[in-house]
Write a protein that binds this ligand. Structure first.
Ligand SMILES: C[S@@+](CC[C@H](N)C(=O)[O-])C[C@H]1O[C@@H](n2cnc3c(N)ncnc32)[C@H](O)[C@@H]1O
Ligand code: SF4
Length: 380
């Protein structure tokens, strides 16, 4: 009997207590107090309807992302986990991750989320000094972040910490020290993201008005290299551009679902999904606004307006874009729709950007540093 294909489930909880000035995720403040409970019910209904589309699968991961899913009632999260386990066949080592902000109020609910089935917490620490947190417009200070990380390390078997670097005035030495202090908080996984000034955010307007200057690309590259060297010395492997894990078991199984090109169901406002039916890959995007999403589920059963069929070329391009992010790359056999055989890529191997590997299209560490340029070159 052929094994059932793997499946990840992404649940987007779009509400935040406070909108950070750099963030362009699909986020909202709660305007109608009854809306979050209605959204939880809509997500449950969407999961049930999408199980009809995927058919039987092995459920390898559930990821509660946001927004701030640690603000949802732990009972709702428990119901979503139990529902997903009923709808698909849960893998024995099912990974259930939840993103959280490090405030005391949220830390007080960690045990309840662990009871709901969450076994991995991804905590948005962002920085370990008050001046940086204030610059980033965060609603917590450094001491609260450290307290929340300690509470998370007690409550969950697995802990991942997010940081934002390339902040104005940051030096490589100070950044290396901050990374080491982060590791000491008990994380098996660290995701340092370079600050990106996203169009339309408050930071974008601030930069345009000259209120601050983003780090120049050379400093960004030096800080990226500092990240790789410091975390490697601490025993972490950079298995993806911005993701470092202490050993293979500490990798985010959910993110690997994306990067290895497996299917995932997306539920919640703006959630993306990829579902293969009859050999054809389809993309889904949930309605962006919570009220529209709830209304869509009420009328159509699912929360997205269409199941968009991807052509073999589009599907292969996506495999390149996501697969080159991870050190293991993509099997060339998955890319037959593209002309990317060893002859076509030889010049990039010579430049040291791709590994010399006839079986897999694989970026080197140097290639991952200039990934946007590398993928643009491969896909033109
Ligand atoms: C969707 S956020 C959710 C996490 C949680 N709400 C929080 O803020 O801690 C996931 C991560 O993306 C990163 N992020 C968001 N916007 C970013 C930006 N403009 N530049 C760099 N990193 C960013 C942050 O590190 C954040 O923890
Ligand atoms: S960074 Fe996190 S808390 Fe801040 S607005 Fe984005 S999702 Fe919300």
């Amino acid at each position: 009997m052929t094994p059932l294909p793997p499946l990840g489930v992404y649940i987007h909880w779009p509400y935040c207590a406070h909108i950070c000035p750099y963030c362009d995720f699909n986020v909202f403040r709660v305007r109608r107090p009854e809306e979050p409970a209605a959204l939880a019910q809509a997500i449950l209904a969407d999961l049930r309807a999408q199980a009809e589309l995927t058919g039987p699968r092995i459920l390898t991961s559930i990821f509660f992302g946001g927004g701030t899913p640690s603000l949802m009632e732990p009972d709702w999260a428990a119901e979503m986990v139990a529902t997903a386990r009923r709808l698909w066949t849960a893998a024995p080592d099912l990974e259930v991750s939840l993103e959280a902000n490090p405030t005391d109020a949220e830390a007080a609910r960690f045990a309840a989320f662990a009871g709901a089935g969450v076994n991995r917490l991804s905590l948005g620490l962002q920085a370990l000094d008050d001046a940086s947190l204030s610059f980033l417009g965060r609603n917590h200070d450094a001491a609260t972040g450290v307290r929340a990380a300690a509470a998370a390390a007690r409550a969950f078997p697995r802990l991942s910490l997010d940081l934002i670097y390339a902040r104005p005035g940051q030096t490589p030495d100070a950044w290396a020290e901050e990374l080491r202090r982060t590791v000491d908080l008990g994380a098996e996984h660290v995701s340092p993201y370079q600050l990106t000034i996203e169009t339309g955010t408050a930071f974008d307007r601030a930069v345009q008005r000259g209120r601050f200057k983003p780090a120049d690309p050379e400093l960004g590259a030096v800080l990226y290299e500092t990240t790789q060297a410091t975390l490697e010395a601490e025993g972490f492997t950079a298995y993806e551009v911005s993701n470092h894990a202490r050993g293979e078991a500490a990798r985010s199984r959910h993110n690997l679902v994306y990067w290895q090109g497996h299917d995932y169901v997306g539920a919640g406002p703006g959630a993306h999904g990829r579902i293969t039916r009859g050999g054809q890959r389809h993309a889904t995007i949930g309605e962006l606004k919570p009220a529209d999403y709830i209304a869509r589920v009420a009328t159509d059963g699912v929360g997205f307006p269409e199941l968009e069929a991807l052509s073999p070329l589009e599907a292969a391009e996506e495999r390149v874009l996501s697969g080159l992010r991870i050190a293991e790359g993509v099997p060339r056999a998955d890319l037959t729709a593209l002309d990317l055989g060893p002859t076509r890529t030889a010049h990039l191997v010579e430049l040291g950007l791709l590994a010399d590997d006839p079986e897999r299209l694989r970026a080197t560490a140097a290639g991952r540093l200039v990934l946007d340029r590398l993928t643009a070159e491969l896909l033109t």
